[in-house]
Design a protein around this ligand. Structure first.
Ligand code: HEM
Length: 436
């Protein structure tokens, strides 16, 4: 592992820690606005969300770059890849400098000045060229995870460009057009990073079990096809506020959920056939991977409820949407990324005390996440009921009991911060000690 790559992995872990700290402070500032005299919620929210997104994208690309070296048999780290890492780290770090000086200007989730999109785009092109060069030179047929990595990398580029189309006046001049393109591209971008992350999950399952069959055959190909359809069409359920035909939304929901059902099925197949010895050799990696399975189940259940029109009438635009966003990004994406980094940093070879700390951190984070997630759903249901069923118009009155439930969310957030913080800290220690 080169020095630049180590720095890159370190920067992903720092982004995770930043997301945890900004998120927790934002939650308490929302409840006690006096705490936000210097750093108000409006500033903390974009800091938290951008750090969360950069953690996911940096972690996902670290997995692709590291594992493809083995799959494609690369002897050296390509120069373009190194240039990508340097540019990406410099740009993502400078985003927080702009936020610190209250310089905003982008759109939802990417609220930094749009000019910073230029180095991001340039960096991604460097990564793509270096990846595609290795892809065309490969000597063996690509297993499914390679197809997924390639799809994710390509579609991130398309969706990032699409997300920035609001720079063109034709898109910006008509509110509904801009809104539709924004939400569509945000949904598709999630599909793009899911391709990279689920591809890495598949790669890990193959490595842990030693069974290459997991990533080949008809079933997994259907999984890839569903993922691809999902990232192209899931925008249907991201545009609720835009007038559109109901069937578009339902088809989009159906595809998204089918993708999860396939992923659960693949993980269960892997689990049932796994040799005990191999499992114990990769215990922490295995446990993070399996944690994501539970969260796919929970999010599937929530998504099913949210897609029932009679329920959606109450839930839309409430904290249930936030529960859906954080349930998936923490419960599924973050768990798979921690499994990926665990394997990459050889965490299973660390001294027993360190492994015990990571295990305790994982348990605390998962237990707190469950309370955190249920509290958000509770707050969303309460708000929806008071707003739609009781027809309350006084916002303060409507929010009073909701705020009580949000206290539970904020304190459970402290547990998520402590648990994942311990894991990230120990991973940084493992990264520092890694020799190659
Ligand atoms: C790996 C950890 C985390 C990730 C990946 C993550 C991700 C996200 C995402 C994607 C959103 C945007 C949701 C939306 O727009 O609907 C969000 C919002 C938020 N998150 Fe997190 N989050 C993490 C940890 C935390 C923690 C520990 C807390 C502490 C309580 C927290 C508090 C918040 C708050 C207060 C919001 C704003 C909600 C709103 O505006 O209504 N997050 N987070």
């Amino acid at each position: 592992m080169s020095g630049t790559f180590k720095l890159y992995v370190g920067s992903a872990l720092v982004m995770l820690m930043a997301a945890l700290v900004f998120g927790t402070v934002a939650a308490f500032v929302f409840l006690f606005p006096a705490l936000g005299a210097y750093l108000p919620f409006e500033q903390l929210r974009p800091m938290h969300v951008s750090a969360a997104l950069f953690w996911i994208i940096t972690g996902a690309t670290a997995g692709v770059m590291h594992y493809k070296k083995e799959v494609f048999g690369e002897a050296r780290e390509p120069f373009l890849q190194r240039a990508f890492m340097v540019l990406w780290m410099a740009t993502t770090a400078s985003v927080f400098v702009f936020y610190a000086f209250r310089k905003f200007g982008g759109r939802e989730y990417w609220e930094f000045p749009p000019l910073l999109g230029v180095p991001i785009l340039l960096a991604w092109l460097l990564l793509l060229v270096s990846y595609l060069r290795a892809w065309v030179r490969r000597t063996t047929p690509a297993p499914l995870y390679v197809w997924m990595w390639t799809t994710g990398l390509l579609f991130f580029l398309f969706t990032f460009i699409e997300q920035n189309l609001y720079q063109v006046p034709w898109f910006r001049d008509y509110y509904l057009r801009e809104l539709t393109v924004q939400w569509k591209s945000n949904g598709a971008m999630v599909g793009a990073w899911n391709q990279m992350i689920y591809g890495t999950a598949l790669f890990l399952m193959v490595r842990i079990s030693g069974d290459e069959g997991i990533a080949r055959g008809r079933k997994v190909f259907v999984f890839w096809f569903l993922g691809l359809s999902n990232l192209m069409f899931n925008w249907g359920h991201h545009i609720y506020n835009v007038p559109t035909a109901g069937w578009i939304r339902h088809v989009a929901y159906g595809i998204s959920m089918a993708e999860w059902i396939f992923l659960i099925n693949i993980i269960r197949g892997f689990r049932s056939k796994l040799d005990e010895h191999r499992k114990f050799e990769h215990l922490l990696t295995y446990r993070f991977l399996i944690a994501s399975e539970l969260w796919i189940f929970l999010n599937l259940f929530l998504a099913l409820l949210m897609s029932v029109p009679a329920i959606n009438r109450y839930t839309h635009g409430t904290h249930i949407t936030v529960a859906h966003a954080m349930g998936t990004t923490i419960g599924i994406n973050t768990m798979i990324l921690l499994a990926s980094l665990s394997n990459m940093l050889r965490v299973d070879e660390l001294p027993a005390t360190r492994k015990r700390w990571i295990g305790h951190g994982r348990t605390l984070a998962l237990a707190s996440l469950l309370v955190f997630w249920c509290a958000l759903i509770g707050a969303g249901m309460l708000k929806g009921y008071r707003d739609v069923a009781l027809g309350m118009t006084d916002f303060q009155q409507m929010m009073r009991p909701v705020l009580t439930v949000l206290h539970v969310f904020a304190f459970a957030g402290l547990g998520v911060l402590a648990g994942l913080g311990v894991v990230a800290w120990n991973y940084l220690g493992a990264l520092r000690k890694l020799n190659q």
